[in-house]
Design a binder for this molecule. Structure first.
Ligand code: ADP
Ligand code: MG
Length: 285
């Protein structure tokens, strides 16, 4: 994919008709755009350089683009179409996912059936397996950063946000406290971690998909962190007593403190719970 990066080069407005705002993040705004030549819809994430204070901030955006370029195309990632960079902003044009955030779907549905949870979870694990194989860790796995391709129950999940992702080398340890409170791994809180932190966050998402509740919670960040470091899993409250033992076993295998003992992405994909629920169990025929 071409990365356009001249000082006063073409703007997305030349190639796209810019529409309404789809979402907002920490740095940027994501808008619906339509390619003039084809009439095709896309999403355009625009990050204003005015908000990027340090050179590191600018490097972070370049890294986000570099990583999106490396990991896409893949079935589990919103396709990168084009990138524009000028003096004022970086614009990332990518596949439009019209089904909204997985987070909104969880709120709307309360909980998923085990079969539905397994189908979405499999995609997220496949995404992480794909990233880790390329030497990239995501660091911000949470339901807000996965989008559904359409409004139906058969919609597929795609990862859209690689803003906190970074490259890792084998055995390399990181110390930056990065991520979102409910999903952050204990070793991240202890400031010595590697790509296994993504697996922990996946476990938190799995627990939420099945029960509608985060496994570790509190009234503020400090309390949430204390709960994470205690690591006590509640399988007593509803709906856990009626959830399959295989699902609980998988949650336990993932939400394990010891990063060496924690299941990795391929072990999760081989787990009986994901096998039992097949590849696409509730696609309408
Ligand atoms: P940030 O890095 O600032 O968190 P995101 O990349 O997560 O920004 O985008 C913010 C929001 O914009 C997302 O949570 C989502 O609601 C929306 N969004 C992002 N990418 C797309 C896309 N490809 N299709 C549709 N909506 C999107
Ligand atoms: Mg985001």
């Amino acid at each position: 994919k071409d990365i356009v990066r001249p000082e006063n080069g073409p703007q997305p407005e030349q190639d796209y008709t810019v529409g309404n705002v789809l979402g907002k993040g920490a740095f940027g705004v994501v808008r619906h755009v339509v390619e003039k030549e084809t009439g095709q819809s896309y999403a355009c994430k625009s990050i204003s350089k005015a908000k990027l204070i340090t050179k590191e901030d600018v490097d972070d955006v370049r890294r986000e683009v570099e990583i999106l370029n490396l990991v896409s195309p893949h079935t589990t990632v919103a396709d990168l179409k084009q990138v524009y960079e000028d003096r004022y902003a970086v614009h990332i044009v990518m596949e439009l996912c019209v089904g909204g955030e997985l987070f909104e779907r969880i709120v709307a549905k309360g909980t998923f059936s085990e079969a539905e949870a397994a189908r979405h979870f499999r995609r997220m694990v496949e995404m992480v397996a794909h990233l880790h194989a390329l030497g990239v860790m995501h660091r911000d796995i949470k339901p807000e950063n996965f989008l559904l391709t359409d409004q139906t129950d058969a919609a597929d999940l795609k990862a859209c946000d690689f803003g906190l992702s970074d490259f890792f080398k084998p055995e390399q340890r990181f110390s930056a406290l990065i991520g979102s409170a409910y999903y952050v791994a204990p070793e991240v809180l202890r400031r010595s971690y590697g790509p296994e932190c993504d697996i922990w966050s996946l476990g938190v998402v799995l627990y939420i998909l099945i029960s509608g509740m985060p496994p570790f919670w509190g009234d503020n960040e400090k309390e949430i962190f204390t709960s994470i470091l205690r690591g006590q899993l509640d399988f007593q409250s509803a709906p856990w007593p009626s959830i399959s033992p295989a699902a609980k076993d998988l949650v336990r295998r993932i939400l394990t403190f010891d990063t060496k003992a924690r299941a990795n992405a391929s072990e999760i994909l081989a787990h009986p719970w994901l096998h039992r629920h097949g590849v696409a169990p509730d696609k309408p025929i």
